[in-house]
Design a protein around this ligand. Structure first.
Ligand SMILES: NC(=O)c1ccc[n+]([C@@H]2O[C@H](COP(=O)([O-])OP(=O)(O)OC[C@H]3O[C@@H](n4cnc5c(N)ncnc54)[C@H](OP(=O)(O)O)[C@@H]3O)[C@@H](O)[C@H]2O)c1
Length: 312
């Protein structure tokens, strides 16, 4: 909420010309993701809205096309609660495009009641971390071929909510479920994933820049599980939040600013508005990135027929 007064290091006007570039934004039919898709389209980028609801997304695509004049804005179905849908998304994308310059892992759910994905993985961990990890692995070869390219994974200030360990072995156990802590853990995973992936790519000399961010406390639909629609609680909360436009700035900086390559910004966590920050708690533990990576690899091998491991 203090973001209302934060220094502005980036603006939409500073997004460079993106003509000839291809971007994917997950969860872009509303909220922060929608703004990212629109502002990149405005700069000439081909943008794929990776969303689960075709009807809702079609309305947004029409709006983006009309407002920006860019007709290269498309829907490809992606439901992060189904790993099979992630496989199909990647197949469909690769059958239609031979380059990918920007991947924004933006979609998320927050503090929802206990539930399991189609693959039996707790909803917040499944959506916010596992499916995005899998999506990124499937798209990594094309991102590397298209380098210099970017991966931005949207984390949260909520990674600071204190907890001692990820306890990954029991992450999908309903008896161990705490909706707030599980959200904090999933957003911690976004940071840990960024660190490990970036390290591996850098060691290989790859030209993919991997970073993550907290968008700010943003007026969006994300609070749908905390306060009921049109409730007084939501009204008060939104009064202290920044707009979705301002919420999109930090991830748009990481996804598009030439400074990312010029300043070799890798494995970093950024906060509004486009400022570097230091993650805390489990996100800062040196052994945690590899532990999460290995756990996720084993989980995907168990859940996805034919998954033979990360291409890195
Ligand atoms: N808003 C904040 O204050 C805040 C603060 C910190 C971090 N963040 C992070 O910012 C990101 C964007 O959030 P937002 O505020 O823009 O929230 P939002 O308005 O609720 O948008 C979330 C997006 O994620 C999509 N999504 C959820 N589950 C999905 C699934 N299984 N498959 C495909 N798409 C799915 C939603 O699609 P549907 O419409 O189909 O549900 C929607 O497009 C999230 O990662 C969130 O954790 C937000």
């Amino acid at each position: 909420m203090l973001e209302l007064f934060s220094k502005r290091n980036f603006s939409f006007e500073q997004i460079p010309d993106l003509t000839g570039k291809v971007a994917i934004v997950t969860g872009s039919n509303t909220g922060i993701g929608k703004v990212c898709a629109k502002e990149m389209a405005r700069k000439g980028c081909t943008v794929i809205l990776a969303c689960r609801n075709q009807e809702k997304t079609k309305v947004v695509i029409d709006e983006i096309k009309t407002e920006t004049g860019n007709q290269n804005v498309e829907f490809i179905a992606l439901d992060l609660m189904k790993l099979d849908s992630v496989t199909k998304f990647a197949q469909e994308f690769k059958s239609r495009y031979n380059q990918l310059n920007i991947l924004i892992n933006n979609a998320g759910v927050m503090i929802c009641p206990f539930g399991l994905s189609e693959d039996g993985i707790e909803t917040q961990f499944a959506t916010n971390h596992v499916a995005h990890y899998y999506l990124t692995m499937l798209l990594l070869p094309i991102l590397e071929q298209s380098g210099p390219s970017r991966i931005v994974t949207v984390s949260s200030l909520a990674h600071k909510i204190p907890f001692k360990k990820l306890n990954l072995e029991s992450i999908s156990d309903p008896k161990k479920y705490n909706r707030v802590i599980h959200y904090a853990k999933s957003k911690t995973c976004n940071i840990l994933f960024t660190k490990e992936l970036s390290k591996r790519l850098e060691n290989k000399g790859s030209n993919v820049y991997v970073n993550c961010n907290h968008p700010g406390s943003v007026q969006s639909e994300l609070s749908r599980h905390i306060v009921g629609p049109s409730s007084i609680g939501e009204y008060i909360y939104n009064k202290f939040c920044i707009s979705t436009e301002d919420g999109a700035l930090t991830q748009l900086y990481l996804a598009t600013s030439p400074e990312v390559e010029e300043k070799k910004i890798r494995a970093q966590y950024y906060v509004p508005f486009a400022s570097p920050a230091t993650p805390v708690g489990v996100s800062s533990q040196p052994e945690a990135p590899l532990e999460l990576w290995e756990f996720t690899e084993n989980l995907l091998k168990e859940k996805v027929d034919g998954y033979t491991g990360a291409p890195i």
